[in-house]
Design a protein around this ligand. Structure first.
Ligand SMILES: [Ca+2]
Length: 86
């Protein structure tokens, strides 16, 4: 079966170099990769859950899981776009 509607988000790093707005590098996050999950259908800023200086966020996947029950993936922001997802 070919995967469809798995969903995907791209997180970019902001750089102030050269005194202009630049989006550099990115991290590709894909959730559980099950067909129809629709990972990234919603996003929410969670502030600083782990009290560091990197924003944390939640990604909704309304039909994730083997029975399409849906899921919310929580990512802790880290330096250099090394996210820790749960
Ligand atoms: Ca954080």
């Amino acid at each position: 079966m070919k995967a469809f509607d798995t969903g995907n988000i791209f997180v970019y790093n902001y750089s102030k170099s050269a005194e202009e707005f630049q989006l550099v590098n990115f991290k590709d996050l894909k959730g559980d990769l099950l067909p129809g999950s629709r990972f990234g259908a919603s996003l929410a800023n969670l502030g600083f859950l782990d009290k560091d200086i990197f924003m944390d966020f939640a990604v909704g996947a309304p039909f994730a899981g083997a029975n399409h029950e849906g899921a919310v993936f929580i990512y802790h922001g880290r330096s250099n776009l090394n996210f820790e997802g749960k």
